[in-house]
Design a binder for this molecule. Structure first.
Ligand SMILES: Cc1cc2nc3c(=O)[nH]c(=O)nc-3n(C[C@H](O)[C@H](O)[C@H](O)COP(=O)(O)OP(=O)(O)OC[C@H]3O[C@@H](n4cnc5c(N)ncnc54)[C@H](O)[C@@H]3O)c2cc1C
Length: 432
């Protein structure tokens, strides 16, 4: 006789193209699969309102997709997951394999706790088209540079989407506090994109109509030219494999596939270098300044550099920022204010609804010049010319800074030319 199985959801909050769900279903059969999500109160409290609201709305949409059977409990997962397994009499807990340093450590701990209770943790698939760690170069080593990685990644290929049709569900109660918590988080959040798999697929199909323009327009923050799928990819509401299966096989659409490859590359780099989550992958050996009131001005979007301020306000008000502007704001913090990148990366992660440790922290390191495949140290973005080039009519900055051009808008807090020289000076004297 089959025993019920648990599907513990984390970064795979979807119903379709879900290999771990398929495995759980094959395992449990008529005994039923219990879909479970555990909110860790420590992480919940540390997230900003947009992030909390986005998770809450995504969980509600997931619950609907799971025929209202999603069980949500509160607490430390290493206590909660074994407890639910005992309650249900489950022999196995199915998960999508987590590859971030924190996730992998947590899962190893929980696998051991479950093992003591004679319950097995079964890992199937990852949030990536090609699981981190699977691609290596001719000498069996991980790639350190993006272009050869992406070539090998394409050559490796990925499986077709996994279809899961009818599933019998097992049932259990959610924590009684959850509904009120989620409702409050949604109320307190800024306006967010529509949550859930159907909304994500709709966005993707709309984007597909314009994908041919993506290569030309993706650097323009004044245009809605990118897919804006990152908040869905963050929680696995869509699997990249689904996108790769549907992306047209044309040279123009290929640019989009390359961007998805960046996400996979950074996950791979982080998997091989767990310490690079919060430390320089390739330290420059230069001194940094302690964050002071200029850091506060950067956070609030009051630096007097319109493209920087517009980006920070877009982040603060919506939980998302355009990629080009992420690069400009990150460059400003690290190279004009000389602040070490983890300070900025932490601020982004607390606020971004797509906040992802691999893409964010390696995106920061790319800009700071400490990462794999980093921009050369002498590439210091000029916030004024970047604005002129990528927001030529100033539509983006006007959208986010209503007081632009009035006395209320601050003067620049630093002299860019002088700070650029200071960055180059520090680099030239590195190690002294
Ligand atoms: C300082 C900095 C911080 C960043 N932090 C994050 C983060 O926390 N989470 C995140 O998902 N992305 C991050 N990025 C990468 C990129 O800015 C976002 O993925 C992108 O802006 C999301 O918008 P989109 O979905 O419209 O992108 P699109 O242009 O439509 O790209 C499609 C998808 O490709 C992936 N992608 C695109 N560019 C990159 C990139 N440079 N690195 C990794 N993946 C990429 C994303 O999954 C994205 O959804 C960061 C970049 C920088 C420079």
């Amino acid at each position: 006789m089959n025993q019920p199985a648990i599907l513990w959801l984390r970064r795979d909050l979807r119903r379709h193209d879900h290999p771990a769900l398929l495995k759980a279903h094959e395992d449990a059969g008529s005994a039923g699969v219990l879909p479970l999500f555990v909110i860790d109160p420590v992480l919940w409290k540390s997230a900003g309102p947009a992030r909390r609201g986005w998770l809450a709305a995504t969980l509600k949409a997931t619950n609907s997709a799971y025929a209202d059977r999603l069980v949500i409990r509160l607490g430390d997962p290493s206590v909660v997951v074994p407890k639910v397994a005992r309650e249900l009499g489950a022999a196995r807990v199915h998960v999508t394999r987590e590859t971030t340093p924190y996730g992998a450590r947590r899962d190893a701990r929980i696998a051991a706790a479950l093992n003591d209770a004679e319950v097995e943790l079964v890992e199937t698939g990852t949030p990536y088209a090609v699981g981190p760690g699977l691609i290596s170069n001719g000498s069996g080593k991980p790639y350190k540079v993006f272009t050869p990685f992406s070539k090998a990644w394409r050559e490796h290929g990925w499986p077709a989407p996994a279809q899961v049709d009818r599933v019998r569900w097992a049932t259990a109660d959610s924590d009684g506090r959850v509904d009120a918590m989620l409702d409050k988080a949604i109320r307190e959040a800024p306006e967010l994109p529509p949550a859930g798999e159907d909304a994500a697929m709709q966005r993707w199909h709309e984007f597909l109509e314009d994908i041919a323009d993506y290569g030309d327009d993706r650097d323009r923050p004044d245009r809605d030219a990118t897919s804006r799928l990152s908040p869905y990819l963050k929680y696995g509401v869509l699997h990249p494999r689904t996108l790769l299966a549907e992306a047209p096989k044309s040279k123009r659409a290929d640019r989009y596939v390359t961007e998805l490859a960046w996400r996979e590359f950074y996950a791979d780099v982080l998997h091989h270098n767990p310490k690079s989550a919060w430390h320089d992958l390739n330290p420059l050996g230069i001194p940094y300044d302690e964050p002071d009131e200029t850091f506060e001005a950067w956070k609030d979007g009051r630096t007097g550099f319109p493209i920087v301020d517009a980006g920070m306000r877009q982040l603060n008000e919506t939980g998302w920022m355009h990629n080009r502007v992420r690069m400009i704001t990150a460059s400003f913090l690290t190279k004009d204010l000389h602040v070490w990148w983890p300070h900025g990366a932490r601020y982004f992660l607390d606020r971004l609804i797509d906040g992802d440790i691999a893409s964010n922290n390696h995106g920061w390191q790319w800009v700071a010049g400490t990462g794999t495949d980093a921009a050369p140290y002498f590439r210091v973005f000029n916030p004024t010319t970047q604005g002129e080039k990528f927001d030529p009519q100033g539509e983006y900055v006007k959208r986010w800074i209503p007081e632009l051009g009035t006395d209320e808008y601050p003067d620049p807090i630093v002299d860019h030319k002088a700070e650029r020289e200071e960055t180059l000076r520090r680099y030239e004297h590195r190690g002294h």
